[in-house]
Unconditional design. Structure first.
Length: 256
């Protein structure tokens, strides 16, 4: 017959093991979620060639915990302009790149410069762990290729994070420390296209990006992001609850 003290010792070790497992699981799940969220994301992640698209860039972290002071979005070479959405609490400016020779757009318009970057500067630093979004309306030109990278430089009170890495052939974005937000380009016919007139290089070109009439897309994107976050935390809570219930069962066994 097993000695009562031995039984109690065994139950204590089992309870301690269950508690340690619960803590370890919680830490690992939280770490996984933090790693997944510690990027600058863009939505939508795909767009039709020739279509005007509202891109939403999202961040919820600083630079190793340091608050964010500025977000600089670099436009891919194929895109000549962007229309930023007004953002209370942030000032917005554009950086212009001059061409050595004029560039002819798809509608025949000739331009001598393009918007190469859009800079969002915070009136007061955005704390680490606080989510914010930054929007640009752009036109995805025909012949853009399979995807377009929109590098983002995140400037903080202390340090910077340069989200500009692009996966090479045979490499995954998961292999990168600072992946650039990427938009896949579809060449399928877009029934809502404006017929290819103009570019997103301002209204004077006859084809400025439309920042109106895309509020529904914005709402859907933010809802998707929030739903994904809720699902992730719900999964974390369920995992912890299951382990706690297991530990409670062991405790009851010990008392019995």
């Amino acid at each position: 017959m097993r000695h009562p003290r031995s039984s109690r010792s065994l139950a204590s070790r089992s309870l301690a093991s269950a508690g340690a497992a619960a803590v370890a699981t919680a830490v690992l799940m939280a770490a996984g979620m933090s790693a997944a969220s510690a990027h600058v994301h863009v939505s939508p992640e795909s767009a039709d060639a020739g279509a005007s698209t509202l891109l939403t860039f999202e961040t919820s972290h600083g630079c190793s915990g340091s608050p964010t002071t500025a977000i600089t979005v670099t436009l891919p070479e194929q895109v000549t302009d962007a229309v930023p959405t007004a953002h209370p609490g942030w000032s917005i400016s554009k950086v212009t790149e001059e061409f050595k020779e004029p560039r002819v757009l798809e509608n025949g318009t000739s331009i001598g410069s393009r918007t190469s970057q859009v800079v969002f500067t915070a009136d007061s630093p955005l704390p680490d762990g606080i989510r914010d979004t930054f929007q640009l309306s752009v036109r995805i030109p025909d012949g853009s290729g399979d995807s377009l990278a929109f590098p983002v430089l995140q400037t903080c009170v202390e340090g910077q994070s340069d989200w500009s890495q692009v996966a090479a052939d045979g490499q995954s974005a998961d292999d990168l420390s600072f992946p650039a937000p990427l938009v896949a380009v579809s060449t399928a016919a877009n029934s809502s296209d404006d017929g290819g007139n103009g570019d997103a290089h301002g209204a004077s070109a006859g084809g400025g990006a439309d920042e109106h009439g895309t509020a529904d897309d914005e709402a859907v994107d933010e809802d998707d992001v929030e739903a994904a976050a809720v699902a992730g935390y719900a999964g974390l809570g369920a995992g912890i609850l299951g382990l706690v219930l297991g530990a409670a069962a062991l405790y009851r066994t010990r008392k019995a």
